[in-house]
Design a protein around this ligand. Structure first.
Ligand code: BG6
Length: 477
């Protein structure tokens, strides 16, 4: 279903995120027929470019990152909807020109794909030049601050100019198909929700494992580390969706209120419940410190931790989180590991068997439910665990609409004015309020991350974190 006609203005349009994600994503939505003919996309950045140069830049981005066959007619038609204006966020240049390009009757969205240090200046210019109307939407990228204080300052700056209902803070994990499916599975089925609590769930594992290093983004990453880059936002959001109470409706504030309660119920994390790691040099592959060109860096490229959501539903159920760069596989999943059956009628020799519901974010998005059955054959009552496996791509068949990338979906939600999958200001602040003391503890103790081999599954201490509790991480394949 096409969205309403819109003008989307992308600040930072010549940047990496625009090139890799935003612009190719918009093209895919156009190709899928979701973008109306009247839609306009205006790139804005400091560099001087004319419309044609910008269109060539976008064509190149689509070819490189679009992941679609080259179809000249469609691409040309998409490109004809694009324009470019060079603007100076801190000066006067370009603003009048930008204003003259906007269409009065369209939904208007401004995408701040720039560093947070420019949010304030851009917001001011938009107001000063009358570009932002009361129902214009502002899309802001992560990182949303570096800690609680800076996040509060950013929220305050935005609040000076816009209402919270106009602000769309992106966490692209919320745009992933499976992440939304998590809510459908939990709240659309009778099967799981009655078991979704401390009484039946032994523990939960959330893993986001990446094979890439930090090459190319060292400057930013070394100031952040896995905790700020991944845990404070993406893993925290996954945890919220797994742990939250059913909202009364699938509506923005109903959902976000419930997520906020989860973050506020998180206990502070004990230092011995966290393992930090940093990949080192191995067989000529550069280590983290070389990648970030900081030979003494003590920033973590891996973190594993055990946390607790202290509320009625989850008291005593650990949530184990881990994420890292340069690991063996690119795989992300959330696994709900259920408790053992209270009594085994098959005797101790039948071994230990547990139901696990694993929600795969990537690759091959889908779900798997491990069930215990009898091993087929004449060997007596021997138990084995087999997966009931649903790959969404397979389940939906070859004719199904292709699964949109997280960014494409989220941008369309901005145009529709639906904030459900965007973070509210208080949520982001609460997540920082939980993260800050953890990082402050590392700093005050002079904590040094444990080295790990690139291509491994992280430092051994992360295995110990589980082992001590008589549990183990699921293998990522
Ligand atoms: C970004 C982080 O937010 O998410 C990156 O800054 C990380 O460090 C990326 O690589 C992971 O996203 P995805 O969609 O590839 O899992």
């Amino acid at each position: 279903i096409p969205v309403d006609p819109f003008d989307l203005i992308i600040f930072g349009a010549s940047g990496d995120l625009a090139r890799r994600k935003i612009l190719p994503g918009l093209f895919r939505r156009y190709r899928a027929g979701q973008m109306p003919e009247q839609a306009r996309i205006i790139g804005a950045a400091r560099s001087e470019m004319d419309d044609d140069e910008f269109r060539s830049f976008v064509a190149e981005a689509v070819r490189e990152f679009g992941d679609v066959p080259y179809e000249k007619d469609i691409l040309d038609s998409f490109l004809s909807r694009l324009g470019y204006v060079a603007v100076d966020a801190q000066g006067e240049g370009g603003w009048a020109e930008l204003s003259s390009r906007l269409t009065g009757s369209h939904v208007r969205a401004f995408y701040f794909s720039v560093g947070p240090n420019l949010f304030g200046a851009l917001a001011e210019k938009l107001q000063e030049h009358g570009l932002a109307t009361p129902d214009s939407r502002m899309v802001v990228e992560k990182p949303f601050g570096h800690d609680l204080e800076s996040a509060r300052a950013l929220n305050a700056t935005l609040a000076q100019h816009f209402d919270e209902t106009q602000i769309y803070r992106i966490d692209h994990y919320l745009g992933k198909e499976t992440v939304q499916n998590l809510m459908a599975v939990r709240f659309g089925n009778m099967l799981f929700e009655p078991l979704w609590n401390a009484q039946y769930v032994d523990h939960i594992q959330i893993t986001v494992s990446e094979t890439v290093g930090v090459g190319g983004r060292g400057g930013y990453y070394d100031q952040s580390g896995a905790m700020r880059d991944m845990v404070q936002n993406h893993l925290m959001q996954l945890l919220c969706l797994i742990a939250m109470e059913p909202p009364a409706r699938f509506e923005p504030d109903a959902v976000r209120d419930e997520k906020l309660k989860v973050i506020r119920a998180l206990d502070p994390v004990m230092p011995h419940h966290i393992v930090r790691g940093q990949y080192h040099r191995l067989d000529g592959t550069p280590g983290y410190r070389e990648d970030v060109e900081n030979p003494r860096s003590t920033t973590e490229s891996f973190v594993a931790m055990k946390c607790h959501v202290s509320n009625w539903r989850w008291a005593g159920t650990p949530f184990y989180l881990r994420t890292g760069k340069k690991l063996r596989t690119r795989a992300s999943e959330i696994a709900v590991v259920f408790k053992d059956a209270p009594h085994s009628i098959f005797g101790a020799e039948s071994g230990r068997h547990r139901n696990v519901l694993a929600i795969r974010l990537q690759p091959n998005e889908g779900m798997q439910l491990d069930m215990t059955i009898k091993e087929p054959g004449p060997g007596g009552m021997r138990l084995i665990d087999v997966p009931l496996d649903i790959s969404f791509a397979e389940a939906l068949g070859p004719d199904a609409e292709e699964i949109p990338d997280a960014y494409e979906r989220l941008i369309m939600d901005v145009i529709r004015g639906n904030q459900t999958l965007f973070m509210r200001g208080d949520e982001v602040e609460a997540a920082w309020a939980w993260t800050d003391p953890i990082i402050a503890g590392w700093e005050s103790r002079g904590d040094v991350p444990k080295p790990y081999d690139p291509g491994s599954s992280g430092p051994d201490d992360s295995l110990m974190l589980m082992h001590r509790d008589g549990r183990k991480w699921r293998e990522m394949r």
